[in-house]
Design a protein around this ligand. Sequence first.
Ligand code: ADP
Ligand code: NI
Length: 216
Amino acid sequence: MKNQIIQQTELFVRNELGEDPTGHDWFHVDRVRRNALHICKEEMTGDPFIIEMAALLHDVSDEKINESAEAGTAKLKSFFQTVGLPVGIENHINQIIESISYKGGRKTMLETVEAKIVQDADRLDAIGAIGIARAFAYGGKKGQLIYDPSINVREEMSVEEYRKGKSTSIHHFYEKLLKLKDLLNTESAKKLAEGRQQMMLGFLEQFYLEWDGKDL
Ligand code: ADP
Ligand code: NI
């Protein structure tokens, strides 16, 4: 029964996200699901079904890939109607999805261990080599520059500024990616983040070296 629901959800998410070019494609979702189940196993806590469902659905209602936040919520709601999960489980999954987004550093207290695990899984996919690739893919799609040394790094910002303000993909490392390591909830995710953080720092070092022509 649960297997069937997972399969139905996979199919729905594949159709909805498919090849979204802003970093929310099916492969991202699949990695987040795998990360989340890995953390769940390592930590020996959390309900794997809730975790897997929330990981699969976490980007479907995102306002960035829907006409509006309301349209996204409605889409998810109508999917849930076709599945017929017990109300308590459906609410739990919805609550995880609603609470985990980063949105410029917004700190929401996460209420359940499942939410903490899915959030860590999503954040792990924003760092390391994959994180670097996703940042430049997102930046390209949005039409922002790779880098512009004359733009300041924004420290505090509203959700609106985070989405709309002028920035570059290199700036995004300082505004979000390098901070994620210290915002992780679980020990297993922190352990994985160490290597990924080193990878990003090494990348930036080499990037500036080449930018400044210091390796010539
Ligand atoms: P979240 O939903 O967790 O807030 P996003 O949907 O904003 O994350 O980001 C999707 C991917 O695009 C992530 O890998 C993120 O780091 C990257 N990204 C988001 N905003 C920017 C930006 N301004 N510049 C470059 N990459 C970005
Ligand atoms: Ni995501």
